[in-house]
Design a protein around this ligand. Structure first.
Ligand code: SF4
Length: 343
């Protein structure tokens, strides 16, 4: 385990010190996961959100001007079939935070499980909910959940998300308690954030005992209160990925598309910094144009691109680490029992 001052100095490493940091992160990835990268398939189920994050074009205040959509259960199933046909066994259902599509999601989950004959990790990223709602989704077959804390600084969290960090953490603890594999995440270079605050983010992920953590550099998206702020530093985001790998080697850490949006080659460098997950987009063309997570010109990851990136990084593509031999729960992250290469 790293000390706070070690984390701080790694976060600012450049040149040979940074290369050494990345090499150690890759060594630990290799030790825990082999030369592999996990592929997920994402379906963006709605662009409607009740939250008003200052960095997001899908924020509540933009709802009137945005071209809103809700995918139907049939549409979700059609996309899930494409993901299955692509040989991917993790379905990420992601969308804005709204109770309005809960019934659709509840209908879709058992149908997706049936489509995959149970051999699927259904991963959700749908925001804060009541414990009873998480429990229902879990009982229907959802296995994992992404709920990013974004920033662990309660004052900054409240200032940019207009939401309480405590409530977010309550949701994460409920999810863990209900047996979900949980992913958190942070935005690095968020305006108002300090280096110490990123150290806190890393320590929070550790303290929560989550299974996954993402790092995205801040993107000043159009039509948001933060649109004129400078773009986040990819170097800081990459160093944060590497530090997370050193601090908690068995964690799933994605190389996110925001790294590529901020700097060409960024996603490849994410893998070089020790990341071991990539998410391929399977949302239909029309809805994808309306899902404005970083504005209209976001970088969209397709399967061929992810495969080429994996190959160039010397990594083999593999499936979910959470699916056990009986296709239900129970495989520890980094364990060998559930490893299944899918190509
Ligand atoms: S970042 Fe997520 S929670 Fe915040 S406004 Fe955008 S979709 Fe909603």
């Amino acid at each position: 385990m790293l000390t706070r001052s070690e984390i701080r100095s790694y976060l600012t490493a450049r040149g040979p010190a940074q290369e050494e940091l990345f090499a150690e992160a890759r060594r630990l990835r290799e030790e825990h996961f082999g030369s592999t990268v996990i592929l997920r398939g994402v379906i963006e189920v709605t662009n409607v959100c009740r939250v008003n994050c200052d960095y997001c074009p899908m924020r509540r205040d933009n709802m009137r001007e945005n071209d809103r959509y809700f995918m139907s259960s049939d549409d979700i199933l059609e996309r899930a079939r494409e993901i299955r046909n692509a040989g991917i066994d993790i379905i990420l259902l992601q969308g804005g935070e709204t109770p309005r599509n809960l019934a659709t999601i509840e209908d879709a989950i058992p149908r997706i499980r049936e489509l995959f004959d149970g051999r699927v990790e259904i991963l959700l990223n749908l925001g804060n909910m009541r414990r009873s709602q998480y429990e229902r989704l879990r009982n229907l077959g959802a296995m994992s959940y992404i709920l990013k804390h974004e920033t662990s600084d309660p004052r900054l969290h409240e200032a940019v998300r207009h939401e309480s960090l405590d409530e977010r953490l309550r949701c994460m603890r409920d999810l863990l308690d209900l047996g979900y594999r949980v992913g958190t995440g942070l935005i690095s270079s968020l305006p108002g954030q300090t280096l110490d605050s990123i150290v806190d983010d890393i320590e929070l992920a550790e303290a929560l005992g989550v299974h996954m953590c993402s790092v995205a550099p801040f993107v000043p998206a159009p039509n948001t209160p933060l649109q004129l702020e400078p773009a986040g530093s990819n170097e800081l985001a990459l160093n944060t990925i590497a530090v997370l790998r050193l601090h908690r080697p068995q964690m799933l850490i994605p190389s996110v598309s925001a790294l590529e949006k901020t700097s060409t080659g960024g996603q490849s460098r994410g893998l070089a910094a020790g990341a071991n997950v990539m998410t391929v987009n399977f949302t239909g063309d029309i809805d994808r144009q309306r899902y404005l997570i970083y504005g209209k010109d976001r970088f969209v990851v397709k399967k061929r691109y992810a495969e080429d990136l994996a190959q160039a990084s010397g990594l083999r593509i593999r499936g979910s680490v959470f699916l056990g031999p009986d296709a239900r729960d129970g495989v520890r992250v980094g364990g060998s029992a559930g490893r299944r290469d899918i190509s």
